[in-house]
Write a protein that binds this ligand. Structure first.
Ligand code: BEZ
Length: 263
C-alpha cells in the first residue's frame, strides 16, 4: 500500500506531502488562471493563499517578482524548500498588510473559500494594490462540493457528531462576491460561475485523501479509531454519485473573478 505518511512537520492540519503528491489538481487547474493574470516582467505580484508555492513559481517564471502569503506554516515551509528564491510570508488573507500600493496584481487560486471574512480579504487586497492594479482570483462558488458536504453532514449527524459550526468554507454567488468588490471600489471586469468536476488521483483511496487533507474540522475531537468507519460511510453514500470507472470525481463549482482598482 502506498499510503502517504503524515508529515512529521504537520502542526496546523495541512499536509504538504499529501497535497503535492495526491491532491495537486488545484495547481494544474490554476495554470489557466495564471494565463488570465498574464504576469509581465517587472511586475510585483502577490499570491494570496500560495500553499506550497507552485503557482507563485509559475508567475515568477514569467519575469514578475512574487511574494506568496499563506496562513499555514507547514505549507509555507514546503514552498520555501522548493522555491528558495521566492519570498514567502506567513499571513492571514483576511487581515494582512503591506505598504500601500505595493502590488501590480493580487492573484489567488483555490484559497478564498477558506476565508469567511470575505470583506476583510477584499479590503486588504484593495489596500495593497496600486491604482490600476488587478485582482485575479478563482475559488469555490455557490454549490461547491455540495454532495460531499451533504454526505459528511448526514453521516456525522447519524453518528452523534452534529456538524453545526464546523463547515470551514465560504462559497458565494457571483452577485454576493461582485457586490463586495464593488462596495470596496473595484470595477468587476469578469465573473464566471461554472461547474468543474474534479478527478482525484489514487483510485478508491482518493476520497479518503481528500477528506484527510481538507475536511479535518468536521472530524476534530472524534477518536481516530472511529474515523475509518465514518469515511467508509461517507464513501458509500457518495459512490453512486461521484465514483466513476475507478475514480472519484468531486462536484467542484468555481467562481472566477477579475476586478480592477481604477484609482
Ligand atoms: C476547492 O478547491 O474547492 C476546495 C478544496 C478543498 C476543500 C474545499 C474546497
Amino acid at each position: 500500500m502506498d499510503r502517504v505518511e503524515r508529515s512529521l512537520t504537520d502542526r496546523d492540519g495541512w499536509e504538504p506531502t499529501l497535497y503535492d503528491t495526491k491532491l495537486g489538481f488545484n495547481t494544474g487547474f490554476g495554470q489557466d488562471l495564471v494565463e488570465l493574470l498574464a504576469p509581465r516582467p517587472g511586475e510585483t505580484i502577490l499570491d494570496l493563499g500560495c500553499g506550497t508555492g507552485d503557482l507563485a513559481h509559475r508567475i515568477a517564471a514569467r519575469g514578475a517578482t512574487v511574494i506568496g502569503i499563506d496562513r499555514s506554516p507547514t505549507m509555507l515551509g514546503r514552498a520555501r524548500e522548493k522555491y528558495p528564491s521566492i519570498e514567502f510570508v506567513q499571513a492571514d488573507g483576511q487581515n494582512f498588510a503591506f505598504p500601500p500600493a505595493t502590488f501590480d496584481a493580487v492573484f489567488s487560486n483555490a484559497a478564498l473559500h477558506w476565508m469567511k471574512d470575505a470583506a476583510g480579504v477584499v479590503a486588504c487586497v484593495w489596500n495593497v494594490l496600486k491604482p490600476g492594479g488587478r485582482f485575479v482570483a478563482e475559488f469555490g462558488g455557490k454549490g461547491n462540493i455540495q454532495a460531499v458536504v451533504e454526505a459528511i453532514t448526514a453521516v456525522l449527524g447519524a453518528a452523534g457528531y452534529p456538524v453545526d459550526g464546523r463547515n470551514p468554507w465560504y462559497y458565494p454567488t457571483i452577485g454576493e462576491y461582485a457586490t463586495l468588490l464593488e462596495r470596496q471600489g473595484f470595477r468587476v471586469t469578469r465573473a464566471l460561475h461554472f461547474d468543474r468536476p474534479t478527478r482525484l488521483d489514487d483510485g478508491e483511496r482518493g476520497l479518503e485523501n481528500w477528506l484527510t487533507m481538507f475536511a479535518g474540522t468536521f472530524f476534530e475531537g472524534i477518536p481516530d479509531s472511529q474515523r475509518a468507519a465514518l469515511y467508509a460511510s461517507i464513501a458509500s453514500r457518495l459512490r453512486p454519485l461521484l465514483f466513476h470507472d475507478g475514480t472519484w470525481v468531486i462536484d467542484y463549482v468555481r467562481l472566477r473573478v477579475v476586478a480592477v482598482r481604477e484609482r
